[in-house]
Design a protein around this ligand. Structure first.
Ligand SMILES: C[S@@+](CC[C@H](N)C(=O)[O-])C[C@H]1O[C@@H](n2cnc3c(N)ncnc32)[C@H](O)[C@@H]1O
Length: 257
């Protein structure tokens, strides 16, 4: 339960929680680990339960924004991490060998305009036999803000148009926000030498929204049960094939061949 008490209450995303569970199992191994897009609105918060509980990783994190804030937080909390202001498109400028045992990137792919370049760079830093954990907004979700009409979700609709204007007319690529579809991304993974070890759908709508709004003390227990429920749904391939539109997030575990 420790993992859920320390971390899950902050995640609000069962795909990220699944990655956290995977990392929790290996945190005492001496592995070289990279997080691509490590900052976000709450820099490094994802890693807090791992960093605070006997982690032995050599940890590197990159992002295009808020790295100074991540550094300040890491220093304050005495986390031994190496952080870089670096784009996912230019990883090989700093990491010249495929040296990482584990690469994590949560909720970043939907913000990346050139996904082939992202995966090409991912391949250039991941060791042979290394593992990659990814979570992203699913392009199959009927309740994803991008698939909403103006009448159904006027605020979401206006926000999407605003972001599209910033990306296409002001060149502000960090506002790019387009959910990812299996058929688009899976051939790219294979082209760059990754095998898909595991794929799951997470974040059932509207539980995801309810969980984000709910602030009670039972939240860690609820997160754990919500996650278990979705894991059980993921056991049933036929159900998933017919119902992927219920899930807001897509999760992949890749292995570098
Ligand atoms: C939605 S946030 C997710 C942050 C964090 N991974 C999490 O799960 O909380 C997306 C992050 O991707 C970063 N990002 C966007 N494009 C990037 C790029 N080309 N290279 C590196 N990071 C990028 C953004 O700056 C932001 O920190």
């Amino acid at each position: 339960m420790e993992l859920y008490e320390v971390g899950a209450q902050n995640q609000g995303n069962t795909a990220k929680l699944h990655i956290l569970e995977e990392l929790w199992k290996i945190k005492s191994k001496k592995l070289k680990v990279l997080d691509i897009g490590c900052a976000g609105p709450l820099p490094l918060q994802f890693w807090e339960p791992i960093f605070n509980n006997g982690m032995k990783f050599e940890f590197h994190g990159v992002d295009v924004a808020k790295v100074d804030e991540a550094e300040r937080i890491a220093k304050e909390k005495k986390w031994d991490v190496k952080l870089y202001t670096l784009s996912a498109y230019e990883l090989d400028k700093v990491f010249t060998e495929p040296s990482f045992d584990v690469v994590v990137s949560t909720q970043v792919l939907e913000h990346v305009t050139d996904r082939k370049k992202f995966v090409e760079q991912l391949a250039s830093v991941t060791k042979k036999g290394g593992v990659v954990y990814l979570s992203m907004d699913s392009g199959h979700a009927e309740h994803n803000h991008h698939n909403h009409g103006a009448f159904e979700d006027p605020i979401g609709f206006i926000k999407c148009i605003g972001k599209d204007i910033l990306v296409h007319f002001a060149g502000m690529h960090r506002y790019y926000d387009t959910p990812v579809k299996e058929g688009e991304i899976e051939p790219v993974f294979r082209d760059y030498g990754f095998e898909i070890e595991e794929k799951r759908f997470y974040n059932v709508h509207p539980l995801k929204r309810i969980s984000s709004d709910y602030k009670g003390e039972l939240k860690p227990l609820m997160m754990r049960n919500w996650k278990m429920y979705e894991d059980l749904l993921n056991e049933n391939k036929e159900f998933l094939d017919a119902n992927k539109h219920y899930f807001l997030a897509l999760y992949y575990k890749l292995k570098k061949l």
